[in-house]
Write a protein that binds this ligand. Sequence first.
Ligand code: PCA
Length: 327
Amino acid sequence: MLKNKISVLAALATGIVLGATPGTAEKWDMPMAYSATNFHSATGAEFAQCVTTGTGGDLEIVTHPGGSLISGNDIKRAIQTGQVQIGERLLSAHQNENALFGFDSIPFLATSFEDAARLWEAAKPELSNLLQSQNLHLLYSVPWPPQGLYFKKEVNSVADMEGIKFRSYNTATARLAELSGMIPIQIEAAEISQAFATGVAESMISSGSTGYDRKVWESLTHFYAVDAWLPRNYVMVNQGAWDSLSDSSKSVINGCASLAEYAGTWRAIHYTEFTLGELAKNGMVVQRAGETLQEELREFGVIMTDEWLENSGETGSAVVDAFHSMK
Ligand code: PCA
């Protein structure tokens, strides 16, 4: 870790010195899907400031959280086509394009921050290649806290979930709903408070962080910790925009990206307990799912793992094998 930090600081220093030569200032807009107060958005804002400062203003990055510039669903395409130069998105939201994007949402494969970090190392080379083939350059990625189930009633088994309207955020969450007899409805986090308030949705799988950001205690009553997986957000740059940068600007960005990944992950870890505590303080029942429910969910996990391995082919198997060999 220390070595990591030293190389980050060295990269920043190189960039700052080289970047001091006056050049034409450039501004990049950085759309982000989650609310300004969310820890990913806070990390992104610091990253943007780091780049602006580090390049001596040669490159200014301006973040637009909460889907205010471009809605979550459209962020990747906007960067691919050069409508904007940089942005952040939930990685597994693209799972319907290519199964590899969903490596982080395989139920019960990586259920802790340590495992999620290893899985990320295992998947990063393949993922970078995939993104590059789509005109995108991968910069950094930060995990969400472990995913648990939200309901507006007590739930002890899958039978209790029958017919419930379930807010999904990717293919895996929609599949989980289907397997448990619920009705999946894809809704962006920015819209969920309203969806729960109006009854469009009445449950979801997500982190304590999103429940806290969206004040879901106004509509929901129960959070069951199951640690199903830790999905990731990632920051990508349009390949052409990246290629057009000076080496010194690239050094600054790389240094800032490493710091952001470190700081964002740290925040995610510390936010886990804090946000679950806040849900409880605001009146929700917060507890680990009961044995029956956990066992039933694990069975769905086996089915979903097989399906994912089939859909992702050799590349997916290679990622999972690499992950297991790192233990
Ligand atoms: N929050 C995001 C994705 C995972 C999470 O914890 C969401 O619910 O959209």
